[in-house]
Design a protein around this ligand. Structure first.
Ligand SMILES: Cc1cc2nc3c(=O)[nH]c(=O)nc-3n(C[C@H](O)[C@H](O)[C@H](O)COP(=O)(O)OP(=O)(O)OC[C@H]3O[C@@H](n4cnc5c(N)ncnc54)[C@H](O)[C@@H]3O)c2cc1C
Length: 459
């Protein structure tokens, strides 16, 4: 780091004044319309009802048959789709984002794709090429959506690598993952070799893969390279989603290859971030090792820190296969792990300035309190290299309080046509069952604010 960078971004001193905890109460709802609040309350109540989440797909098919696709579509648009999705067309997405920006929030676009294809049409190279075009469009849209004048590097988007390379139902990712974990595999499959193959576009020979799989790997690398190239040109940072433990090592290898190519601090990196799931027992250790390795290699480092969304499936798979459960034993252990990872990353940001970026992707009020308090103690600016992330339609009382206080807050926004997004939403709701059931506090705050308005009481 040069002395100018040290002065500008080096370990900062504690901020002036005293730290005040943010109030996550119904106060922030005064920014929202009554109809919006009523819809949020209705949808969150419905989503906390287990049979609706468990049988969501069957209920949707049943309502289509009974009411016809027009009426059932209108009902969904007025409820779940309207609550959690930005819209279908570019204009609808822009409208939704403008509303968020007026509330001090930023967009984090996420293309909804299913990682378990349910039709033959979704296998084969053509499906990934179609997804590539959707991702490239998402990059352009992410750039176009930011406020003017555009703060370069403040546009972020989520990237699901399994939309561009073979999904779980094929053995490809699993094979790659088990190969990576074998001793000696690193000489053949390492980030440097993959990064070179991405740059040159030349075929990569890997002994564990057959000809068709090698071809697919090369095509996947080309797709990833094209998305990263476009993102860099458009000043959009790519936040790669973490998925299941049986494919994460393969995904992380691909992210490491992208990072080598695109995370130079001289070029304003990190442009490619990885996601770390605190519900896994080894996450703190991995995070520490990866942060150190990036620093030693002179690379910038970007992290989206989450608790993890696939708990039920992870445990079911380990029970089925008789393998060791890699997840934390209970909710408290996950919380502790999240807190340790958060502390590690905030210290890293404080020590390494602009070359280390962090998104605190959580709805948990304790985690958000911890982050804001430690940011203040470590002198990390509110709108610098640390930001917060929450899902569209969830925990608005937390997002709005953060946004109003001047922190950088992103809402993860899926968009797309009803037919494609509803199955995706139902699957997400099934994975996040515990979160939706835990949204009781948000429901209580929403109903408190609605009653206040109904009775005409002052805020
Ligand atoms: C912007 C954004 C991006 C995201 N990206 C990803 C991603 O790439 N990959 C991904 O996996 N998830 C992702 N998630 C989802 C995330 O992992 C969590 O599922 C979700 O945010 C709920 O956690 P929380 O911290 O918000 O809230 P909380 O309600 O405090 O935590 C709920 C979480 O705690 C954990 N938990 C609950 N019960 C137990 C238990 N009995 N034992 C152990 N742990 C338990 C689970 O991880 C559960 O999801 C993302 C979330 C956001 C907001």
């Amino acid at each position: 780091m040069s002395w100018i960078q040290r002065v500008l971004y080096g370990p900062a001193r504690p901020s002036v004044g005293s730290w005040k905890p943010l109030r996550f109460d119904s106060g922030a709802f005064h920014l929202k319309g009554t109809a919006e609040l009523a819809r949020a309350l209705l949808v969150l109540r419905l989503c906390a009802w287990p049979p609706l989440v468990s049988h969501g797909l069957a209920l949707q098919a049943w309502s289509q048959r009974l009411l016809g696709s027009r009426l059932s579509g209108a009902l969904l648009r007025a409820s779940i789709y309207g609550q959690f999705v930005a819209g279908e067309t570019t204009e609808e997405v822009k409208g939704c984002v403008q509303q968020l920006q007026a509330l001090g929030l930023r967009p984090l676009l996420a293309v909804p794709t299913e990682e378990e294809p349910d039709s033959i049409a979704k296998t084969g190279e053509a499906w990934y090429e179609g997804n590539l075009n959707t991702m490239l469009h998402c990059v352009d849209l992410s750039r176009a959506l930011m406020d003017n004048p555009n703060p370069a590097g403040k546009s972020l988007m989520q990237l699901k690598v399994t939309a561009l390379t073979m999904p779980l139902t094929t053995p490809f990712q699993k094979e790659l993952t088990s190969w990576i974990q074998r001793p000696g595999a690193s000489s053949e499959l390492n980030p440097k070799r993959l990064a070179e193959a991405m740059d040159s576009g030349k075929d990569l020979q890997v002994s564990c893969l057959n000809a068709a799989q090698s071809q697919h790997l090369q095509a996947s690398l080309n797709r990833l390279h094209r998305v990263a190239q476009r993102a860099r040109a458009q000043h959009v940072r790519l936040l790669v989603d973490a998925e299941y433990t049986f494919i994460n090592p393969a995904l992380s290898l691909l992210v490491a290859a992208l990072a080598l190519r695109w995370n130079s601090p001289r070029e304003g990196g990190p442009w490619v971030w990885n996601t770390y799931q605190a519900y896994l027992k080894d996450t703190h250790e991995r995070l520490e090792r990866d942060a150190e390795a990036a620093h030693k290699a002179g690379l910038a480092f970007g992290v989206k820190l989450v608790r993890g969304a696939y708990l039920e499936k992870e445990r079911a798979v380990s029970t089925l296969q008789g393998t060791k459960d890699q997840t934390q034993p209970d909710y408290e252990a996950t919380n502790m792990s999240y807190s340790h990872c958060l502390e590690l990353m905030l210290r890293h940001v404080s020590n390494h300035g602009p070359s280390c970026h962090l998104m605190v992707a959580s709805h948990n009020e304790e985690s958000v309190h911890q982050a804001t308090k430690r940011m203040w103690e470590l002198g990390i600016p509110l709108d610098g290299t640390v930001c917060f992330g929450q899902l569209l339609g969830m925990c608005d009382h937390v997002s709005l309080a953060l946004g109003q206080a001047g922190y950088a807050v992103y809402k993860s926004i899926p968009y797309g046509c009803l037919e494609e997004v509803i199955p995706y939403l139902i699957r997400r709701a099934q994975e996040n069952r515990s979160v939706l059931q835990g949204a009781r506090r948000e429901q209580a705050l929403l109903s408190e604010e609605l009653w206040r308005r109904l009775l005409g009481r002052k805020a």
